[in-house]
Write a new protein. Sequence first.
Length: 412
Amino acid sequence: MRIAIIGGGISGLVSGYRLSKDHKITIYEKSAEIGGLLSSYHRKAYSIERYYHHFFSGDRAFLHLLDELNLSDTILWLKGSTGTYQNGTIYPLTTPLEILLYPHLSIFEKFRLALFTKKVKHFDLSHLDTISAEKFLTEQLGEKIYRSFFRPLLNSKFGQNAEKISAAWLVSRVAIRSDRSLGGERLGYLERGFSSFIESLSNTITGYGGEIRINTPVTSIQKAGGEWYINDEPFDAVIATIAPGLLKKTGLDIPDIPYQGAACLTMGLVRPVTQGIYWINLYDDAPYGAVIGHTCFAPRAWYGEDIVYLASYYTGTPPTDLKERMIEDFQRKFSVRSDEILWAEMTRDPYAGPLYLAGYKEQMNMISVPGLVLAGMFSEENYPERSIEGSVRAGLRAAEEIVRMEKNPEVT
């Protein structure tokens, strides 16, 4: 079969990888780099992801795929420490002692929060989808804990939509991050980065004769005479992994789903600035919501410099000088001189991920186009939170659907 795959991110590449041995694969990628949100900057001495990434010990599909690609021996299990920046001060929040010393919650509130994180895996997500995180957390933990601890996190991630975010998203996020020891959260990373994973998928696809077309956006999708036409080129089947809003622009009649954008600034620094903490959530006003000290997680020796991410999310259009604002604020808050910043690059994506508003699951289930296989971040595998694992599973499921369609053409 001639199969077109729209989008060269994780789901598209995984689908292409799985199907390339027995089918003619053509992947359309609008940007100059494959990998989607997992794509990398290629520095002189190393590669580093454009957006911060890690994975979890329960990511079975991803771990199995790494084994298939002979990349299992590059897996590193590392400790991810956390903290907050509040009122001009960094507060580490990884060890029991650090949490005990945290001054912005009382002992009783900390105990109540600890009990909540212990039982969070047992909540039924299907009953939480239509409830806002604000309502759920206020009922579970009280107004003070919600306002002082969770609301700033929701604000930094979702901005003006913070009050509308589904409790299912919040509970899932807390649950998946509960794999902790006294030293921090157990997180996975690949030796020298995820570019080896992307390259392995790509090399397999092209090795079997598949084609990956970068800088090639899809502008039209049509079906006629039993064939699909992508940019007027005929195919037997199509997998689409891009956002429904982008699919609508090709002429398809498809329900939309709200997305938000991400702007991620990556910097190389001459010294560490996050006090050894991997992930710092910003509670003070800032043009970014988190500072990720990548080399407080992955070994600094790989890079020869310290790597820091500043993460910002937005809806609509971000300011044109966002990069400059982020750097200036970061320098002020973390006492960094201009000559201590070796390089700084920003990547923006207006369709970085769905907005998991209350009632999102019903919207997600309405997204369909007869005969078109849909995957990507809006798919069920990435509910109620997007992840590498979810995107891998979406790609594998899409490939399985193509195989079923080939065996039973009437299902199309």
